[in-house]
Design a protein around this ligand. Structure first.
Ligand code: MSP
Length: 521
């Protein structure tokens, strides 16, 4: 239909509310926040969804263990733990979906009813192993000595009459899809894994459970609830109006957002997203997501960091020490997105000091101190250093290319390399020496203008990564009144030299990245 402009639509997984968020969850959400903030600064219309996965045995049992009914348990965790953590980390999501909300449950039922009517659902018997930690029906090859290969805990044996989805019918079209479009599943190792899994053939999938009731009722069989993954995967589409009448607001919104541009997932949940989910969409004759990107794990002691293995670290353990911006910066800067990475306090402290405090924060402090001392705190007359301006153009081009391709490390590196180049420029030009010769005031002003302009560009480019410190820098540079808010600055215009207005007031402000207290304290 012609009434729609498609948004850049990005999702994170919806998180189980069996516990509070740890830094593994925050890793995915911060990556999504960086990417959506970047796309917004590219001037695109963006929709960023996150939320919580609240049904199923895992959440139900945790609530029971805490002597609470599942709904109040979820309500408490969502309101007191999940939403506050995202706020603390400056996550700018547009929507937050909870799978217990009526807007979700009624659309899941309508979708399932549609698949039933199309002949994709039948009744059958499931017999086999199930891991409640994964909420997954396991294959014999997934077990190590009877334990789940992910949770290292015994699986449970199920024998139930359930409703099945004809997943096997979609193995061949899915194979063709992944072979034809390399962008649809990334990184390449993930696509290969999915292809070889599909080549092995897939069985039909039980999409309901009958032995407990914490879930969405199967519309035609009130003794069964919808399998939690079938329910959860649908959040990406129910949140934007799936199954709504095309002429309604929901239907219009669906056309403006669907298909998702990127589903960000951890590699442990790749198969659900790259096999089951697109098969469900194919059955409903809906377009497939453009990309599923599987990132690696944060490791502690060489293993996936997790609460169940008592290695979970809360984001506040880190932000209390390093601040929110450094937290957002560190993981995406230090670990190639798609690979596993170990967290270490020492590495984080080293990068904080050398890259954030010295290279970036110090550059801003030096500039403000010199402008105060030599120019009465005012931005001097515009000047242009051709080499710096060229380096900036290249930086913007390369950072944009990397970040849009989800190479966050490459993008941040390109920006921080420019920061190093600016430091090199200041060191080489030695404005503090030139300042001693009154006849060189023009030269001094030019050096300070070029440095201030470079910091203007750095603030804009680093804003999606570190929204707090860059907004402070923006106000110290006096940019707000002449250029507007930092979030409204466009990536395509960052390299346009000469934007800071002479005469604007530059203030010293507080240090952007203060010296770290001792790690032991
Ligand atoms: N509820 C499901 C997802 C449903 S999406 C339709 C789920 N939830 S989860 O809370 O267990 O995990 C959510 C995400 O956090 C997954 O992408 C998972 O990979 C990620 N992480 C959990 N621990 C992690 C690390 N240690 N490191 C990186 N990411 C990790 O699965």
């Amino acid at each position: 239909m012609s009434d729609t402009t498609k948004s850049f639509y990005l999702t994170t997984p919806i998180y189980y509310v069996n516990d509070v968020p740890h830094i593994g969850h925050a890793y995915t959400t911060v990556a999504g926040d960086l990417l959506t903030r970047w796309h917004r600064q590219r001037g695109e219309s963006v929709w960023f969804l996150t939320g919580t996965d609240e049904h199923g045995q895992k959440v139900m049992r945790t609530a029971e263990d805490n002597n609470t009914a599942p709904q109040p348990w979820c309500d408490r965790l969502v309101e007191q733990a999940w939403k506050p953590v995202w706020k603390h980390l400056e996550i700018a999501n547009d929507d937050f979906i909870r799978t217990t909300e009526p807007r979700h449950t009624k659309r899941v039922q309508a979708f399932l009813q549609g698949l039933m009517e199309q002949g994709y659902i039948y009744e059958g018997k499931y017999e086999g192993p199930y891991c409640v930690g994964c909420e997954e029906f396991k294959l014999p090859g997934d077990l190590i000595e009877g334990n789940c290969n992910i949770h290292s805990k015994p699986v449970e044996m199920l024998s139930e009459t359930n409703w099945f989805f004809k997943l096997s019918e979609f193995a061949a079209p899915l194979l063709e899809h992944y072979e034809k479009s390399p962008d649809s599943c990334q990184p390449e190792s993930a696509r290969k894994e999915v292809i070889s899994f599909l080549e092995g053939g897939v069985s039909d999938l039980s999409v309901s459970r009958s032995t407990f009731d914490w879930g969405i009722r199967v519309p035609w069989d009130d003794k069964q609830v919808v399998y939690v993954w079938f329910d959860a995967l649908l959040n990406y589409a129910t949140a934007v109006g799936l199954t709504d009448d095309p002429s309604s607001d929901g239907g219009k919104f669906f056309r403006e957002t669907w298909p998702a541009d990127v589903h960000l997932v951890g590699k442990d949940i790749l198969r659900f997203h790259a096999v089951i989910w697109p098969a469900m969409l194919m059955a409903a004759k809906l377009p497939l997501p453009k990309k599923v990107f599987a990132h690696g794990w944060l490791l502690v002691g060489g293993e996936k960091m997790s609460k169940s293995k008592l290695t979970g670290i809360a984001p506040s353990d880190i932000t209390n020490h390093f601040g929110v911006d450094a937290f957002r910066y560190y993981f995406l800067r230090a670990i190639p997105f798609g690979s596993d990475g170990s967290f270490s306090w020492e590495d984080m402290a080293a990068r904080y000091t050398s890259e954030l405090a010295n290279d970036f924060g110090n550059l801003a402090s030096r500039l403000a101190a010199m402008v105060e001392k030599y120019c009465d705190g005012m931005v001097p007359e515009p000047a242009k250093d051709e080499e710096l301006a060229r380096a900036l153009s290249k930086t913007v081009e390369s950072a944009d290319k990397s970040i849009v391709a989800l190479d966050f490390q490459g993008g941040i590196n390109a920006i921080m390399d420019f920061c190093k180049a600016v430091n090199g420029y200041v060191t080489l030009q030695r404005p503090w020496v030139i300042a001693k010769d009154a006849s060189k005031k023009g030269e001094l002003d030019a050096i300070l203008y070029n440095t201030a302009e470079s910091l203007r560009a750095l603030a804009v480019l680093l804003h999606p990564v570190m929204p707090i410190s860059t907004a402070k820098l923006w106000s110290y540079l006096g940019a707000e009144s002449s250029l507007g808010s930092i979030a409204s600055q466009k990536i395509a215009e960052v390299a346009k030299w000469g934007q800071l207005k002479s005469g604007s007031k530059i203030v010293k402000g507080e240090i952007l990245f203060p010296r770290l207290p001792d790690l032991e304290s």
